[in-house]
Write a protein that binds this ligand. Sequence first.
Ligand SMILES: [Zn+2]
Length: 418
Amino acid sequence: MNTQTERIIDRLNVLGSISDEESCISRFFMTNAHVIAGKMISDWMISAKMEVRKDALGNIRGILRSKHSKAKHFVIGSHYDTVFNAGKYDGPLGIIMGIEIVQRIIDEDIELPFHLNIIAFADEEGARFNTAYLGSSAIAGNFDSKWLQRKDDKGATLHDVIIKNGSLVDSITKSMIPKKDWLGYFEIHIEQGPVLCNADLPVAVVNSIAAQARVNIKWEGTNGHAGTSPMHLRNDAFCGVAEFALAAEEIAVLHKEQLVATIGKCNVSPNTSNVIPGHVSHSLDIRSPNDQLLTEVMATLKEKALAIAKKRQLQCQWKIMQSNASVTCDHKLKTMLTSSIVKANINPVIEIPSGAGHDGVMISKIAPIAMLFVRCKDGISHNPKEYTNPKDIHEALNTCHLFMNTMIQSNLITNTST
Ligand SMILES: [Zn+2]
């Protein structure tokens, strides 16, 4: 391990120790731990001699400026929020490695033909407000003001949480980087799947990111006494959900590797052992590399939910919270990344699709994107067991340095920045 890799490991441990929970890693959007982590990242960027700004959503943007007057922006980004009971690599690895990419450029006094940005996005997981890619949406100019009315589990709105943190809601749109100023976007992320482990490789080029939809479904029946209500006279909302969950699983299984469906969050009311549940709301997360298939399955599942509700005399409300089409990574950037992996003596170079969503999805609406996946042990992620070997981090960083050299020397830059 060299100094840079050691520093990456140290910083991953530092961020991994910043949590709202004592027993596990949890940093939801704009909680205490989240704000402290953002400040830590900002300090690291400052120590790498970057110009640093924090926007109204808490995105931390470090800029190393080019001397060229017409230079565009190349952005390396990832997120610093986490899911509940998270690992320490998902998100922070890409930010911390990005800072080391900048550090080498400073240390070797390399002249940049573009402004090099590292952006630590404040909310990618969307765990608090069901707002995946919230941070990157502002940078891409895609922020939807309707999201401000979304509530967390305690009833606080996104609007109020932003104000409480001392930010101005009106200035959210000011953090956008206009389309004409973008050169490209690069994200380094752990794979969160088993392909690299099975192939015994440290890194892979991402070729696409799956389409994804998030739905919130509410079921209403009637609360009742668990002892006195005969089975045939009940309107048990939870039984409707249970039937729907198995139907969703059955349809997803039918489509094998083309589609996945998950109900990961479920609130049962009144959530008491001796009361028939009258109200249940739950999430539904569906992903597929095939946009059309995702749309068709969504329609089928909605019909299924309504049919189950009718049969069981329940009310069912289906609300799409978020929907993103699949994304194809940029061919030129991908080619440069591939040649960098070859130069790093990593053999063979493989391309894999990402089933997980990433900030690159939002940025792809405004700029060409590329992604590098780094192996994580047994493909485990969103789990405290998440682990990436320091040797793999070292090889990934070496690949990124070579990629940056290629970017700096590339015709792509000279053609677009003059
Ligand atoms: Zn992530």
